[in-house]
Design a protein around this ligand. Structure first.
Ligand code: NAP
Length: 503
């Protein structure tokens, strides 16, 4: 059934990555006008930005793709960055989303105008945009964490972050320091180790790395995927079920021993040297940080020109890096594989809601970001987040989550249109109940087992992960329940002034 569409203008989406494109194409199908503001010059989001050598997905591509746009052309099981980028280029074109994108437009600030019932956006170039609805599709991994170190500005060599790889810089024959041993570093270190003269890897904490069951698809497989869509669907279903089961060790401790044993076997087979083993053995429970997969990480660390320094970076001198353990190395370049500002959702944008409150101030008071179903925040009407707080996964494809969220947002828009509501604002009590229950569940997961990770704020709140099956999330977002929302027609300013927000 085709539902009515909002008549008072359209939707502004911030970001043209997996989430923004998905939202755009669903709005287009529904006949709802929209514009995507994208600060870059191309679609793709993190897949556009992360072009470091070896960049690839750690979820199989038949699963890490839209359900409505399966691709039979993946060259291998785990798609590489160029392939995923061209898949997103293709989707933006095929579904008519590309012509709705304004590139080079960075949103600096968004103010909600309660009287008019719309968002007022201020762009970096000075333009202003008025939009009844706002969808922030900036995700959790778009802002590189550029750590500051004493002396870094004095370094007399090349410095860059893995998410801003400098392809013009020739690493051949150079002495290079890599800071960090996370999901990005374990992909680019084996690639550059063959080129550089010497590689010093500063490891603050060791990751658990399991083998990556990757391989190229044969011509026959690609032929069968192309001509027998049922085969493609069955591969995707199989992969979905397998990945879904991986949530059990993380959230319920089921099967942890088997995963530990698998890691132990692989680790011993890969690293023979006892001293290196002691450096590379993680000192926290498996799963507390993201479990990584790679077939060449450990073997790269065995190379004669690669050294692992079991310390974070402490200081930089004009030609040297100094670990917190005092070890100094002479280097020509420093590459930061230090990840992203993951708990700073929507940063560096400033978002001012219905009561004049800044969203980051609200989140700070609550010990970190949160949202109702990861999508809506009380006091910030008509704004929806994609890949928002607590919708990251340690076990399955985020694209599945994005499809659940975009459907939910579409239902919300239809509800507003049907009921002539100028705005929808999630009720604080619905938000509270959802988040209290969520945090209770998170307390029982391995992510709260005491390690530092990008999922948890300094205050100890897990702002990033979804602690359950993805089908459970889909069940919870399948229907837009208006009971959870307040609309402008119900709103009584005196209640808000008295500290409540009740109709
Ligand atoms: P990350 O996993 O957060 O890793 C950052 C690394 O930098 C960690 O080893 C961290 O150490 C280290 N670090 C941070 N600050 C440091 C400092 N001051 N001194 C020394 N070391 C420091 O970041 P990432 O590797 O960029 O990956 C982020 C996320 O992106 C992944 O978890 C994943 O979800 C996603 N990603 C996905 C893929 C994929 O295949 N789909 C590929 C790449 C990235 P500590 O562990 O001690 O904090």
């Amino acid at each position: 059934m085709v539902s009515p569409i909002p008549q008072r203008g359209g939707v502004t989406i911030i970001g043209a990555g997996f989430g923004g494109i998905c939202m755009g194409l669903k709005l287009r199908r529904a006949g709802i006008p929209f514009t995507i503001l994208e600060k870059g010059d191309r679609v793709g989001g993190v897949w556009r930005d992360n072009t470091y050598p070896g960049a690839a997905c750690d979820i199989p591509s038949h699963l890490y793709s839209y359900s409505f746009e399966p691709s039979h052309d993946w060259s291998r099981k785990y798609g590489t960055q160029p392939e995923i980028q061209s898949y997103l280029d293709h989707c933006a074109q095929r579904y008519g989303v590309a012509q709705h994108i304004r590139f080079g437009e960075e949103v600096r600030r968004a103010d909600f105008d309660s009287a008019a019932g719309h968002w007022h956006l201020t762009l970096a170039g000075g333009d202003e945009v008025v939009s009844p609805f706002l969808v922030a599709a900036t995700g959790q991994l778009s802002l590189p964490a550029d750590p500051t170190f004493p002396g870094l500005e004095l370094f007399d060599g090349k410095v860059f972050h893995s998410a801003r790889w400098d392809h013009d810089y020739d690493l051949r024959g150079k002495r290079v320091a890599v800071i960090g041993t996370g999901a990005s570093a374990i992909q680019f270190v084996p690639q550059i180790a063959q080129r550089v003269a010497q590689l010093h890897v500063f490891q603050r904490s060791a990751p658990y790395v399991l083998p990556k069951p990757d391989r190229p698809y044969t011509r026959l497989e690609k032929y069968l995927y192309r001509h027998f869509p049922a085969m493609l669907a069955s591969t995707r279903t199989r992969q979905y079920v397998y990945h879904e089961a991986r949530v059990l060790p993380l959230t319920k401790g089921i099967g942890v021993t088997a995963v530990e044993k698998a890691w132990e076997r692989y680790f011993h087979a890969q690293i023979a040297d006892e001293r290196l083993r002691s450096i590379l053995r993680p000192d926290y429970p498996i799963g507390c940080k993201r479990v990584l997969i790679s077939n060449d990480w450990y073997s790269a660390l065995n190379r004669d020109n690669v050294e692992v320094i079991p310390a974070g970076l402490g200081e930089v001198k004009p030609h040297r890096v100094v670990g917190v353990d005092g070890s100094e190395r002479h280097v020509d370049a420093i590459i930061f594989g230090t990840g992203f500002s993951t708990t700073e959702f929507l940063a560096p944008m400033s978002i001012i809601g219905r009561h004049g409150r800044e969203l980051h101030d609200v989140w700070r008071e609550r010990g970190g970001a949160e949202a109702f179903k990861g999508v809506a925040m009380p006091g910030f009407p008509n704004m929806f987040l994609l890949y928002g707080p607590n919708t990251n996964l340690g076990h399955n494809s985020i694209v599945y989550m994005l499809e659940s969220q975009t459907d939910y947002v579409l239902e919300a828009l239809r509800h507003a249109a049907t009921h002539g509501a100028r705005w929808l604002d999630v009720r604080p009590e619905a938000h509270r109940e959802f988040n209290d229950e969520l945090q209770d569940r998170l307390k029982k997961t391995v992510w709260q087992a005491g390690c530092d990770s990008w999922y948890v704020t300094e205050a100890g709140k897990n702002t990033n992960n979804w602690p359950s099956f993805t089908f459970d999330y889909r069940r919870q977002t399948r229907f837009f329940d208006p009971v959870h929302y307040l609309t402008d027609s119900e709103y009584r300013p005196e209640a808000a002034l008295a500290g409540g927000n009740q109709p």
